[in-house]
Design a binder for this molecule. Sequence first.
Ligand code: SIN
Length: 484
Amino acid sequence: MAASVLSDEPYRQLIAGEWVEAHTNARFPVTNPATDAQLTEVPDGGAADAQAAIEAAVAALPGWAATPAPQRAGVLRRVAALMLEQQERLATIMTLEQGKPLAEARGEIAYAASFFSWFAGEAERIYGQTIPASVANKRLLLLRQPVGVVALITPWNFPSAMLARKLAAALAAGCTTICKPAEQTPLSALELGRIVGQAGAPAGVVNIVTCNDPQPFADTIFADARVRKVSFTGSTEVGKLLIRHSAETVKRVSLELGGNAPFLIFDDADLDAAVAGAISSKFRNAGQTCVCANRIFVQRGIYAQFAERFAAQVRNLRVGNGLEPGVHVGPLIDSAAMAKVQQHVGEAAANGAHVMVGGSAAAQGGLFWTPTVLTDVDAGMLVAREETFGPVAPLIPFEHEEDGLRMANATNYGLAAYFYTRDVSRVFRVAEGLEYGIIGANDALPSTAQAPFGGVKQSGMGREGGPQGIDEYLDVKYVSLGLA
Ligand code: SIN
């Protein structure tokens, strides 16, 4: 039944409003990480396809930028409505290509749609400004205008929401776009491209290039001065490369990069809430989120109690194919992800960590890993220093508030951090002391379309979503008007 949700037509790239093969006619397979079965194929686009997409986006820019904001907002609202109408099919496609449990995929479609609703409202509120001048015969005006043609490069872990968070803001601002989804999960992006067309976006406003090797695409995009901005979500390593490439044509870049999120539980916390929060933060999408708890710091006085209660719930998590009812944890995305999890758990165990739950590949074989709890972890272990991106929870003790804060901040990353406490003064002290862009205070799931998402330090630059999200796609133009 599940495979029948895929399009009857072969999946193709979207360029200038047409569904097209790659210039070379090459295609590459899309596989289901739960079964390793091939789902379908998509075009293997390259430099010529990226170039065609740039030409289409350049041609469509004047018309879209000049389209009155309420009309652009109307398109975005129709996208949101169509996504919700087709939620079940889109969610099933996402689970097939990405592996996450169907309930999470349904949630992601709603989350993705919410960016189109939010930015529809923002499109209608792109206000300018007037500034009082220092002389009587001048008027100083600020206009906010679309950046122009933008490239949006998105990851496999949230194939619909990460594209929506960029695309909705870009379209609201009046930009035209060239989208490149991750090679593991191109189908959700192509389905979104179809919906954007149904919603009335003119040809060339949204172009989608699928490619197995991102390099020729990236080289073409970065070399072309008409592409004014690149927004990327992915690893810090690739983000640094993109910053270097952007120097050539001085492009704006927004980067949502890796994290190493601390999750602190103070001894005055509501323990039930902290356990539930840690489970959802850590095991959502099998731990494959940039904001998931990577290091769980527990204050010494409640460490043993927390570990027992947390472990008991982790033992009840069901691993399996995300299409099966009752599954909490799906497969990892690929064998490289499995190898990294194996390495992190192995290194921790070899250095004295205690494997309280799991610790090995799951009985299903393939890309399934048993949800794992490690105790007696110290901050020097790989599992605490690097982002594991898998269902592994290392529990690290800390003594007092300053100690917890110091350990939480001892990383080059600064995307998301969480803490649980009932002390309102501590809420402010810790929220202000954490060097992160997103803080969940007694809240394990802070992401929402209405709030800015993004990091500090080596977790990136720029914000997506919230009132700040649209600024990433707008230039400020200053007009000084001399009066006669
Ligand atoms: C991410 O992990 O990259 C995004 C997760 C979110 O939006 O909550």
